[in-house]
Design a protein around this ligand. Sequence first.
Ligand SMILES: [Zn+2]
Length: 172
Amino acid sequence: MKGYAMLGIGKTGWIEKEVPRCGPLDAIVRPIAIAPCTSDIHTVWEGAIGERNNLILGHEGVGEVIETGNLVKDFKKGDKVILPAITPDWNSVQAQAGYSMHSGQMLGGWKFSNQKDGVFSEFFHVNDADGNLALLPEGMDPAAAAMLSDMVPTGLHGSELAQGRMGRRDGP
Ligand SMILES: [Zn+2]
């Protein structure tokens, strides 16, 4: 399969890799709509997370399930799904303690385009499919839904930390 990868700091290009294998809790997904993130940019051009070689980029998108592991209950081949940028191992000690972002290790929940190949690829691997995928609602535009992978939740989280309020404020 082809994927668009970080070849090294400051270098990108198309590469050829084996289609990932599906474990019992996993899914293999093909992309329908993907979005680049500023994290893809600073990962490559500034080496923000250190050297990575031949790592397929991308962690935002919507896809179609191609294969599921035999322990996956909630998804099946053909389902259209929204992918979160962060895909923790939900049975890890850290996730069970409420720190899913750090499952397995510091920032270990961030796998796509950090610890493993991302979504700028013909196929990609999703660990813990039941815990990490969401069904694309009927009739929702996949390109709009791709904004839910990272941009919308990141913005909302920032707003929560800043204690912003939903709604309109009238008057001075
Ligand atoms: Zn992102």
